[in-house]
Design a protein around this ligand. Structure first.
Ligand code: EPU
Length: 421
């Protein structure tokens, strides 16, 4: 397994290009299953989860053509299997996103049930119950969801809990359903909106995009000749690099991103003492050499503070001035990074879903073990300021969500290198 070797202490400085959003690319690639004509998707990030999705679609018989710019043409006219097997679902929970499109277009889907994961139990009951309300017949047998439907029927769905992939699955299912579907308490994450815009480009009739009530008028079929769709920028990658600059007291400019979808994160960075300036597609953060001030925050669905940025701010608080209280309300077990940060000398007390972080002047390098994607990112951030050399193991988690993290950080002046297995 690859490892990252990081020598802490360099203030990050310079400019960086942000990649396309993983959590928009995954549903959009699944959404391409709904199109009768080939579609080309651009600004796809070069990530492990994308490779897994391509393998998943490829095994169904979908034809994928990738060009040198990582544009992917998806042609689902050759599909002949409607299955997401366990061996792929276990490495990527987002495989559940093929359920809605397969069922809606082909009337059948066999998808392995995703198990628990490092950040919590993560059930898919809302996806399944809502599809049943739309007329699907769903059985769970031997760890697989067996779903069939002659034709899904539009109805009013009030989601018990705000779920991102749940909303996306139902949105895709509803595009080809008979009649109108209304999804209430829908997730408003920008990635859900990106999927909705993509589906509308293919001929879907979705309104209420960006609000918590989505209305979908079912259509007969989807697909437009020569459709090219570019994925939105990754707001979590953007936020992670901004924290990297803040934690090292540096100054960076991130480009090809969007400040509009990062309000809650930028507010907290300002509270931490960062000077932020932004244009339409760039953000600059300058710590003017200062140590960050600890911030308190509470994660919640968009537009509130994202759970996917919680671990990075826990790392920032570890070396900030004062005490910051971080409350995680989205996933029950998303503090795996805390134990590792404590091994570097961080003063963090965990009380149920709250982490009380008392900042210290310095952390010291220690061998680290990555546990999940965002937790791993927080360990890398901590290592950037720790005194000495930190070896972060099991970085395949990071490769699932950050494009060439070592190259991007090195470009900003970090002392970091990948040690191949
Ligand atoms: N939930 C249920 N039942 C369901 C679905 C969800 O109880 O049927 C619960 C979950 O257990 C959780 C909460 O609802 O407590 C929210 O989960 P959600 O369904 O929104 O999460 P997700 O769709 O599985 C996506 C992202 C995650 C991100 C969360 C929250 C993708 C592919 N994944 O997951 O991203 O943390 O939304 O914003 O979009 C990451 O990128 O590192 C990552 C984990």
């Amino acid at each position: 397994m690859d490892k990252l070797l990081i020598n802490g202490g360099n203030a990050l400085n310079g400019e960086l290009r942000i990649s396309g959003a993983k959590n928009a690319a995954l549903p959009i690639l699944a959404g391409a299953l709904l199109s009768e004509t080939p579609v080309t998707i651009g600004n796809i990030p070069h990530l492990h989860d994308i490779t897994t999705t391509m393998e998943l679609l490829g095994r169904m018989g979908v034809q994928l053509t990738v060009d040198e710019k990582m544009n992917i043409e998806v042609d689902s006219s050759t599909i002949d299997k409607y299955e997401a097997p366990y061996e792929l679902v276990k490495t990527m929970r987002a495989s559940i996103l093929v359920l809605g499109p397969l069922l809606s277009r082909f009337g059948q889907a066999y998808v392995s049930l995703p198990g628990g994961c490092a950040i919590g139990t993560r059930p898919v009951d809302i996806h399944l119950d809502s599809l049943i309300k739309m007329g699907a017949d769903i059985k769970v047998e031997s760890g697989y969801i067996h779903a069939t439907a002659k034709k899904l029927k539009g109805c009013r769905l009030v989601l018990d809990k705000i779920t991102v992939t749940g909303t996306e699955n139902l949105l895709m299912a509803a595009t080809l359903a008979e009649g109108v579907t209304i999804i209430e308490n829908a997730a408003k994450e920008p990635e859900v909106s990106d999927l909705a815009y993509f589906l509308n480009k293919m001929g879907a009739k979705i309104s209420g995009i960006g609000t918590d009530i989505l209305e979908i008028e079912g259509v007969e079929k989807l697909g437009v000749e020569n459709l090219h769709y570019d994925i939105m920028p990754d707001r979590i990658e953007t936020g992670t690099y901004l924290v990297a600059a803040a934690i090292t007291r540096g100054k960076i400019k991130v480009k090809d991103t969007s400040p509009d979808i990062l309000d809650a994160v930028l507010d907290k960075l300002k509270e931490a003492g960062a000077k932020i300036t932004a244009g339409e597609n760039w953000i600059e953060l300058d710590m003017e050499g200062r140590q960050a001030k600890a911030v308190s925050l509470r994660t919640a669905p968009y537009p509130a503070f994202p759970t996917d940025m919680q671990a990075q701010f826990t790392a920032l608080n570890s070396v900030a001035e004062g005490v910051g209280i971080i409350t995680e309300t989205v996933f029950e077990n998303r503090f795996m990074h805390v134990q590792e940060l404590q091994r570097m000398g961080a003063n963090i007390q965990l009380e149920s879903n709250t982490a009380i972080c008392t900042g210290s002047e310095a952390l010291t390098a220690a061998p680290m073990m990555a546990t999940d994607l965002r937790a791993s990112a927080s360990l890398v951030l901590a290592a950037l300021v720790a005194e000495g050399e930190t070896l972060v193991d099991r970085i395949y988690h990071i490769d699932r969500g950050y494009v060439h993290i070592e190259e991007k950080l090195a470009q900003l002046g970090a002392s970091i290198r990948r040690i191949p297995r």
